[in-house]
Ligand binder design. Structure first.
Ligand SMILES: C[S@@+](CC[C@H](N)C(=O)[O-])C[C@H]1O[C@@H](n2cnc3c(N)ncnc32)[C@H](O)[C@@H]1O
Length: 289
C-alpha cells in the first residue's frame, strides 16, 4: 500500500459526502499534518509509502462520521494565527475574522494609549488572542462559562505568545460577573455569543449539529437576544463612558439588534454585513449624555 492507494480510498468513501475537491483538501491537510507529505510530494512520487497508516485510516473513519476536519487535526487557523480546538470549543469561523478586522480598524477612533478590551464567550480564545496580537498595546481580558473552553484558550494564548487574562464567569448571572469583574472598566467589549435559535437547527449541517458544543451555539426561541441583553446590562457598569460594544449577530436579527441598542441609549450604531452580504455584526457606542 502507498499514499496514492489511501487517497483513492478517501475518494471512494468520501466523495459522495463531501465532493472530490473537498476530499483532496482534507487528504492533503492530513498527510501534511501527520507525515509532512504535501500535494507536490505525492505528485512527484506517486508511489510514496509510509511506515504506518493508522492515523490517516482513523481520520478517514472520523470523516465518514462527519467529524469536522478541524477537530480531527486538533487545530485550525484564525486571522492567520494557529488555534488548537477540541469538542469543547466552537470552531472559529471566517465571519468572526471580519469582526476582529472591524474592531482593529475602529479602535483608533477611541484615541486611547492603552485600550482595555473584554471578549465575552471566548471559546478557543480566537477573538481575544487575535486582538492581543494585532493591538499589542491593549490589555485584553476574556471570559467564558466553560472551564474546558478556558483550558484551551489559555493554551492558545501561550501558543500565540500573548498575554490575555482569562476569567470563568456566567454572563447571564450578574453575581458571577460581579464577583469576578467588579470595578473593571473596558473601552471595548466584544462578543460572539450563542445566537442560533432552536428553530434554525434544521438548517444546520449535521457535522456542526452533531459535533460542536451546543452551549456555544443555541438560544431559546422565545429569548434569542438573551446574551446581548445581559451584555448590555453588564456594560452599564463595566463599559467606559465612551466605550464601544461590538457583537457578532444572527443574520436574521439585525433590526432587532439595532432596536435593542437604541432602546438602551447607545449611539453611533452601525450594522455591518459580512462578505456573503449577511447582517453579521453590529457596534454601538455608550451614550452618557
Ligand atoms: C458562539 S461561541 C463563540 C466562541 C468564540 N468567541 C468564537 O467566536 O469562535 C459562544 C461562547 O460563549 C460561551 N458561553 C455560553 N454561555 C455562556 C454564559 N452564560 N456565560 C459566558 N459564556 C458563555 C460558550 O462556552 C462559547 O465558548
Amino acid at each position: 500500500m502507498n499514499l496514492k492507494d489511501v487517497q483513492n480510498t478517501f475518494h471512494k468513501e468520501l466523495d459522495p459526502l463531501y465532493g472530490k475537491e473537498e476530499v483532496d483538501n482534507f487528504f492533503f491537510m492530513l498527510t501534511d499534518a501527520f507525515y509532512k507529505v504535501s500535494r507536490l510530494d505525492l505528485a512527484l512520487n506517486t508511489k510514496y509509502a509510509i511506515d504506518n497508516y493508522d492515523a490517516i485510516e482513523k481520520a478517514l473513519q472520523l470523516l465518514k462520521d462527519e467529524q469536522p476536519i478541524q477537530y480531527i487535526l486538533g487545530e485550525t487557523e484564525f486571522c492567520g494565527y494557529p488555534f488548537k480546538v477540541n469538542a469543547s470549543t466552537l470552531i472559529p469561523r471566517p465571519e468572526t475574522e471580519e469582526l476582529v478586522e472591524w474592531i482593529v480598524k475602529q479602535q483608533s477612533a477611541l484615541n486611547k494609549q492603552q485600550l482595555h478590551i473584554l471578549d465575552i464567550g471566548t471559546g478557543s480564545g480566537c477573538i481575544a488572542i487575535s486582538l492581543a496580537k494585532k493591538l499589542p498595546e491593549a490589555k485584553v481580558y476574556a471570559l467564558d462559562i466553560s472551564d474546558k473552553a478556558l483550558t484551551m484558550s489559555r493554551q492558545n494564548a501561550e501558543l500565540n505568545n500573548v498575554n490575555v487574562e482569562f476569567i470563568e464567569a456566567n454572563i447571564l448571572k450578574s453575581d458571577t460577573w460581579n464577583s469576578n469583574l467588579e470595578n473593571m472598566k473596558f473601552d471595548i467589549i466584544v462578543s460572539n455569543p450563542p445566537y442560533v435559535r432552536e428553530k434554525e437547527k434544521k438548517q444546520m449541517k449535521a457535522n456542526v449539529l452533531n459535533n460542536e458544543p451546543h452551549l456555544a451555539l443555541f438560544v431559546k426561541d422565545e429569548n434569542p437576544l438573551q446574551f446581548y441583553k445581559a451584555i448590555i446590562e453588564f456594560s452599564k457598569s463595566n463599559l467606559n463612558s465612551d466605550g464601544v460594544l461590538f457583537f457578532e449577530i444572527n443574520e436574521f436579527l439585525g433590526k432587532e439588534m439595532i432596536q435593542l441598542l437604541v432602546d438602551n441609549n447607545f449611539k453611533d450604531i452601525v450594522l455591518k454585513q459580512d462578505i456573503f452580504k449577511k447582517d453579521r455584526m453590529i457596534k454601538g457606542r455608550k451614550n452618557n449624555e
